[in-house]
Ligand binder design. Structure first.
Ligand SMILES: Cc1ncc(COP(=O)(O)O)c(C=O)c1O
Length: 368
């Protein structure tokens, strides 16, 4: 519970109160069915979310990290293969790549969108590269047209990390539907969030979908017969039922996010602050509203004292993490490093009030 006067970074209870009846009804439906793993709710969600994304197939999994891991395996990644990606999107993407036995190769980011700098991809490709893995960070797609062209020229697969981009678009197509596989997290904070862990892979390719479906369930074709070496990454019925309720609201919630971002854009006026860049090629759905400031840590402390919660996404590039230090050697990402020192996420969720947004703008504006 937040104390009076504080503005939390996110408040799940506000959204829950608005849809409580529907959520309880959906959960009861699952209990009444007596079916809890990979049942009708999961199958329906797979169809509904794939169709929302403009993809033919959906494969429910247990998290976004495993959506990435299973997609890489379904795309044929093998130990020692290289996957070209970014280092500014947190550890899960890289955890998935390394779990698959592959080697992440980092490309720097574009300072306007914080997504992969497509002009630097070509130089990262070697004869071991198999996959390009762009991350649609903060709610905005990477520049997919040139990326897909490079992938085509080099015979590479494209796995999209769309874990922060439910409903974002690029050139009129939805995030997740642009590459060979699109990976989503339904972690509670996401634009479409479960009440626990959950994830999904969407793809237009029947073979990829079929392999992912087997891989998430021990590679099993029918009971006790295993065609592939898979894992247990099944999606449960309760989370699927919750997500089916929430999916109906996703577009309205995204519109609300875009409106709130518009208010920040209009009312934050402080020369020390850089506001997020919106790329012309698509729709930004503002999973996060990320400003940049050279005095980021001072700004964060100052806002904290005013009762305004903020977060940093993300303070340490992955190759500078202790666990991934071995990846630093081949890496040269100055924009990734400088942005890790300046980015700051302000509270933005559909239920934040106008009064709270105004208070945040006013506080940011008098920071010096
Ligand atoms: C960009 C990105 N990739 C991958 C993930 C992993 O998703 P999950 O937490 O559901 O495993 C997340 C979410 O945490 C994310 O934001």
């Amino acid at each position: 519970m937040s104390s009076p006067g504080t503005i939390p970074f996110i408040d799940f209870k506000r959204q829950y109160r608005l849809i409580e009846g529907e959520i309880r009804g959906a959960i009861e439906r699952v209990f009444d069915s007596g079916y809890f793993i990979l049942g009708r709710e999961v199958e329906s969600l797979e169809r509904e979310f794939a169709s929302y994304c403009g993809s033919s197939f959906g494969v429910g999994v247990a998290s976004g990290t495993e959506a990435l891991y299973v997609s890489l395996l379904a795309c044929g990644i093998e130990p020692g293969d290289e996957v070209v990606t970014v280092a500014n999107a947190g550890v899960p993407t890289i955890a998935a790549i390394t779990l698959a036995g592959a080697i992440p190769v980092f490309v720097d980011i574009d300072p306007g969108s914080y997504t992969i700098d497509v002009s630097k991809i070509e130089e990262a490709i070697t004869d071991r590269t198999r996959v390009l893995l762009p991350v649609h960070l903060y709610g905005q797609c990477a520049d997919m047209a040139p990326l897909l062209e490079i992938a085509g020229e080099h015979g590479l697969k494209v796995v999209e990390d769309a874990c922060q981009a439910h409903g974002a678009s690029y050139g009129g197509k939805r995030a997740g539907s642009l590459g060979d596989a699109g990976c989503f997290s339904f972690y509670p904070t996401k634009n479409l969030g479960a009440y626990g862990d959950a994830g999904m892979i969407v793809t237009g390719d029947a073979g990829t979908a079929e392999r992912a479906r087997l891989l998430r369930n021990y590679g099993q074709v029918d009971r006790y017969h295993h065609r592939l070496r898979g894992i247990n990454s099944r999606l449960d019925e309760i989370q699927a039922a919750v997500l089916r309720v929430k999916l109906k609201y996703l577009d309205a919630w995204n519109i609300k996010r875009i409106e709130i971002a518009g208010k920040y854009e209009k009312h934050i006026v402080n020369g020390l602050i850089t506001k997020p860049g919106k790329m012309e090629y698509g729709t930004h759905v503002f999973h996060l509203y990320v400003i940049a400031c050279e005095l980021r840590d001072e700004l964060r402390e100052y806002l904290g004292k005013k009762g305004i919660a903020t977060l940093i996404h993300y303070p340490v590039p992955v190759y500078l993490q202790e666990a991934y230090a071995g990846l630093k050697e081949r890496t040269d990402c100055p924009v990734t490093e400088s942005s890790s020192r300046t980015v700051l996420s302000l509270p933005l969720y559909p239920e934040i009030t106008d009064g709270e947004v105004s208070r945040i703008c006013a506080a940011v504006n008098i920071f010096q």
